[in-house]
Write a protein that binds this ligand. Structure first.
Ligand code: LCS
Length: 396
């Protein structure tokens, strides 16, 4: 991460897109816990509904506290505008409903969060949408799968849980050639480490449950559109589907986001050291971390990310049985799903986050039984290293 970038982002997370409370000058954005907003007159109500006058109407359609969060993340992602949602899945389902219809086709990274795959296979399929999950790390796989009716390309990079990367710029070029909307799930990188819109993507979304909120206490999502046209199309669907965020939730996420750059900087430094420690450990079979030179896409990570992040996965030489013993023995890392919080979390994707992905699809996507996923938090390196060492010993 360059100093210039960090200086900008350390300031940006705190001040980006923010306006001082116009009523009392509150330094922290007030929580507008109101479902509806009074009109001064019938004429004003009509003008707001007609879109002729700016102002709030009803919280499902917009709210000042939610807007403060949206403007902050739109700033960090360098987008036209953002829409906060009740969860990351709500962000994804809104996009699927906004850009797909009967007889259209979707291409998606095969190693995505398990439920991002499940919603396509079990819900979108019922509406006549067809799809292909492919290894998007090879652009040829996408090229081969494009059909005249392909409307959406969703790429998750780094991918959950394999840490495989996809070349965002190459995907964007290909998507543009074919008139396909290109969406990037930027959850694992956060806006601090990767800005897909700058690389040509059309839309970015996040599970803000993870790095952006960062404290394992809120579930939420956000969509950032690159243009007004994409924003308007998505916003219409979100307002109708109703997956909007709540003002209280937005306030907590905005508070968490203020320390996003600091948390990412701190945790990725520890993650890089832990990845090197694991890689050199005689009981560890393999480690996948974009900052290791052994990562097959190390050069791509250097090209498209500002840093390598704090997510990694690894397998022990003793396979799943050893992995299970290890995660059961840890005292500091918490055995839990989710990621991107200040506390380190560890889990076994094949039996947890990706349990409902069909076995064959899991193997094809590299979600092997021995894979353990670690989200490195902000604890001290020595303590985390000692904990992993304790777990590996217990696995012997
Ligand atoms: N996208 C990614 C990359 C995710 O990791 C998740 C959740 C979602 C979208 C969905 O967001 P949510 O609705 O949960 O806010 N990932 C989880 C995980 O790996 N463990 O637990 C949840």
């Amino acid at each position: 991460m360059t100093d210039a970038k960090m200086k900008d982002l350390h300031t940006g997370v705190i001040h980006g897109g923010q306006q001082r409370d116009p009523l009392y000058g509150g330094v922290s954005v007030p929580i507008y816990q109101s479902s509806t907003f009074a009109f001064k007159s019938a004429e004003q109500g009509a003008a707001r509904f007609a879109g002729e006058e700016e102002g709030y109407i009803y919280t499902r359609l917009g709210n000042p506290t939610i807007k403060a969060l949206e403007d902050n993340i739109a700033y960090l992602e360098k987008g036209y505008g953002a829409m906060a949602t009740s969860s990351g899945m709500s962000a994804l389902s809104t996009l699927l409903m906004a850009f797909l219809e009967k007889d259209t086709h979707l291409i998606c990274t095969d190693a995505v969060y398990g439920m991002s795959r499940n919603i396509v296979e079990t819900v979108m399929a019922r509406f006549g949408v067809t799809y292909d999950f492919v290894d998007t790390s090879h652009i040829e796989n996408i090229k081969k799968t494009i059909r005249p009716e392909t409307r959406l390309l969703i790429v998750e990079t780094p991918a959950n849980p394999t840490m495989v990367l996809t070349d965002i710029e190459a995907c964007s070029r290909l998507a543009k050639e074919h008139g396909i909307t290109h969406v990037v799930d930027n959850t694992f990188a956060s806006p601090i480490l990767q800005n897909p819109l700058e690389m040509g993507a059309d839309i970015v979304y996040h599970s803000v449950t993870k790095f952006i909120n960062g404290h394992s206490d809120v579930v939420g999502g956000i969509i950032v559109a690159g243009t007004k046209e994409l924003y308007d199309r998505t916003k219409r669907v979100l307002s109708l589907m109703g997956g909007t965020m709540d003002p209280n939730q937005a306030w907590l996420v905005l508070r968490g986001a203020k320390t996003l750059a600091m948390r990412v900087e701190r945790s990725q430094e520890t993650a890089a050291r832990l990845a090197r420690y694991l890689e050199s450990h005689p009981k560890v079979a393999w480690v996948n971390y974009p900052g290791l030179e052994s990562h097959p896409q190390y050069e791509l990570a250097r090209k498209q990310m500002f840093g390598f992040g704090s997510m990694l996965c690894f397998g022990l030489k003793g396979g799943y049985e050893s992995g299970k013993k290890m995660i059961n023995a840890l005292k500091l890392c918490t055995l839990a799903v989710s990621l991107g919080g200040i506390e380190s979390l560890i889990q076994h994707p094949a039996s947890m986050t990706h349990a409902k992905v069909p076995k064959e699809a899991k193997i094809k996507a590299g979600i092997t039984d021995d894979l353990i996923r670690l989200s490195v938090g902000c604890e001290g390196f020595e303590d985390l290293k000692a904990d992993l060492e304790l777990g590996i010993k217990a696995a012997e």
